[in-house]
Design a binder for this molecule. Structure first.
Ligand SMILES: [Zn+2]
Length: 155
């Protein structure tokens, strides 16, 4: 567990640092899955690393999956982009970190991945997240260099 946490911490720090180093008052939007294993760890890590007040955390089932406009009648997609728009326009957010994880129930239920088939799931995360990154860049060009995708391992 300790090794996992060190790895999680270093992955998260590597992903947020480019955005937070831009300026002393820039903020980063963290998009994670609602899965109970992650939100608390994300917040604890950001606070312990001294980034209190430098991030917003949005949790939606499947993280990048929420940006898939072909699912849920486009409602999750709209919710996600409304939040990104708000964060960028009103809250000085200059980057987005998409925090997906393997063994994700949302990918199994909604993206057609069989439970335990981690290779297929890994490819699906990449496909869905890459499409989402493209759409964020299209809509918020100034974020283009500061969008990161993490795929956390199965625990
Ligand atoms: Zn999940």
């Amino acid at each position: 567990m300790q090794n996992t946490d060190i790895s999680f911490r270093s992955m998260l720090m590597k992903a947020v640092t480019p955005t937070l180093d831009l300026n002393t008052d820039t903020k980063v939007l963290l998009l994670s899955c609602i899965d109970y294993r992650y939100p608390q760890r994300i917040i604890e890590t950001m606070e312990e690393e001294g980034f209190s007040g430098r991030y917003y955390h949005l949790a939606l089932a499947g993280a990048s999956h929420a940006g898939n406009s072909s699912k849920h009648d486009g409602i999750w997609h709209k919710t996600l982009f409304d939040h990104i728009d708000f964060a960028v326009c009103e809250a000085r957010v200059a980057g987005v970190v998409i925090i997906d994880h393997l063994d994700c129930k949302a990918f199994q239920l909604y993206e057609g991945v069989d439970e335990g088939d981690l290779e297929t799931e890994r490819k699906k995360h990449k496909e869905v997240a890459t499409k989402l990154v493209g759409e964020i860049v299209e809509r918020f060009y100034k974020l283009a260099n500061n969008i990161e995708v993490l795929l956390l391992p199965k625990e």
